[in-house]
Design a protein. Structure first.
Length: 429
């Protein structure tokens, strides 16, 4: 079986049919049985859907007419389970879902209730049946799809992995936090409502400063852990897919990091990827932080912690809600040009100014019996300037750019990258 995957497609406009990148990229993808990308936008026409109070960072939407252009690359699988899925509220989510349902893209991770959002979706090919499961760790609580019961329908939304955050501290530090809470009275309202039964209160051996929890341990550290109920839901989906499919891919959108660099995946993401493969998944497709993260091969299965931005067109939003203008400090009747110019400090900061955000890869891998046989990378760089119709669109770039950057961060994971004579990159493990 031959497979491919791309990272975030933050697409804001229709790609022209004669875009030269098609000739460079499509021949590789069209040879694959399954080709995935993350659709990081909502699909609706201007004025069709009201905006949410909060967004994934920028309020992103575009016309459903962009989908044929993405199909022209050779993709046949996608998900829009990411932090922008609810930028234009539930109507925007449902309009995106309906637009994908009107195509031949296999898509997963978003649904009209939690059961639908968390279910595997399947692509039938001559080489075998591929299952896609899509999850997300970067979202506001209202984005999580709701379970339904006998009397109340479920809520539209995403298949989310909630992240539990707290600070582990020593006994001396815990006592200091308690004293600080007592002096400031920050927890008074919380303690009163706990007595009334409206929250769980503060557990024995813990302290709190508002919503921030402190837990007794042997050292001081910030901890992020996935809620086990969400992890088990994903593992049930993997188990279900084992009966139905020959190959199981798990897409995960995750911005969280470890250490002091965006390139470092969070420890919970590493643990989750391993747990999914232990449960029967064959490949983990990561995206979200807008740049490349390491590649790992675990039990002969590839893990791509982030594939970067396949398309990056954040400057191509045509309209924005009042909340976005207010957040930036611009009059709500100003142009979008003025809005984005102000946020970016006259276009000198932000994702669209950082070359790392335009460097990305499409892995091409072959499997046999679910195990990895070979792995190569297409090195890509999005256009940063020039023709505005092509800014943010991918073109094949010098392989050494990727080898020096992605290769170095992948070495600790036991993976080596080598530029090949044909312009692609060979991956060794």
């Amino acid at each position: 079986m031959k497979l491919a995957a791309a990272g975030d497609a933050i697409i804001g406009r229709i790609i022209q049919p004669d875009f030269k990148g098609y000739d460079e990229i499509a021949p590789y993808l069209l040879e694959c049985d399954g080709s995935f990308f993350n659709l990081e936008t909502t699909l609706n026409e201007p004025g069709e859907c009201c905006a949410s109070q909060l967004s994934g960072g920028t309020y992103i939407r575009t016309t459903p007419k962009v989908l044929p252009g993405l199909r022209r690359f050779g993709f046949n699988m996608t998900s829009f389970n990411n932090n922008h899925a609810l930028d234009f509220s539930y109507d925007g989510l449902l309009s995106t879902l309906e637009a994908l349902e009107d195509t031949d893209f296999v898509h997963a991770g978003v649904g009209r209730n939690l059961a639908e959002a968390s279910a595997p979706r399947y692509l039938d090919t001559n080489a075998g049946r591929i299952a896609l499961i899509a999850v997300n760790t970067t979202f506001s609580p209202d984005m999580l799809a709701g379970e339904q019961n006998a009397r109340v329908p479920g809520r539209p939304g995403i298949n989310g992995l909630r992240v539990k955050k707290y600070v582990r501290v020593t006994e001396k530090e815990l006592e200091f936090v308690r004293e600080l809470a007592d002096k400031t009275g920050i927890n008074v309202a919380q303690l009163i409502t706990a007595k009334e039964g409206y929250n769980a209160g503060i557990k024995e051996g813990e302290a709190a400063l508002g919503d921030l929890r402190f837990v007794l341990g042997d050292k001081c550290e910030y901890v992020m852990e996935l809620e086990r109920v969400d992890v088990e839901r994903v593992k049930r989906a993997i188990y279900e897919a084992q009966l139905q499919a020959d190959y199981i891919m798990v897409s995960i959108h995750s911005h969280q990091l470890s250490g002091d660099a965006k390139e470092n995946p969070s420890q919970f993401l590493v643990d989750f990827a391993h747990e999914c493969i232990d449960a029967g998944a064959h490949a983990i497709i990561g995206h979200g932080p807008h740049l490349l993260r390491p590649i790992e091969v675990y039990k002969d299965c590839p893990i791509f912690y982030s594939l970067g931005d396949f398309i990056l067109q954040l400057y191509n939003i045509e309209l924005a809600p009042a909340e976005f203008y207010a957040k930036v400090g611009v009059d709500g009747n100003a142009t979008v040009h003025e809005l984005l110019k102000t946020r970016s400090a006259d276009f000198t900061r932000g994702l669209m100014t950082d070359p790392r955000m335009f460097l990305n890869v499409i892995p091409l891998w072959e499997t046999e019996g679910g195990k990895l046989k070979s792995l190569r990378l297409i090195p890509l760089m999005g256009n940063m300037d020039g023709n505005k119709s092509e800014i943010g669109l991918p073109r094949i770039c010098d392989a050494e750019k990727v080898v020096s950057y992605l290769g170095k961060m992948s070495e600790p994971y036991g993976v080596r990258l080598e530029a090949a004579p044909d312009g692609l990159i060979d991956v060794k493990w």
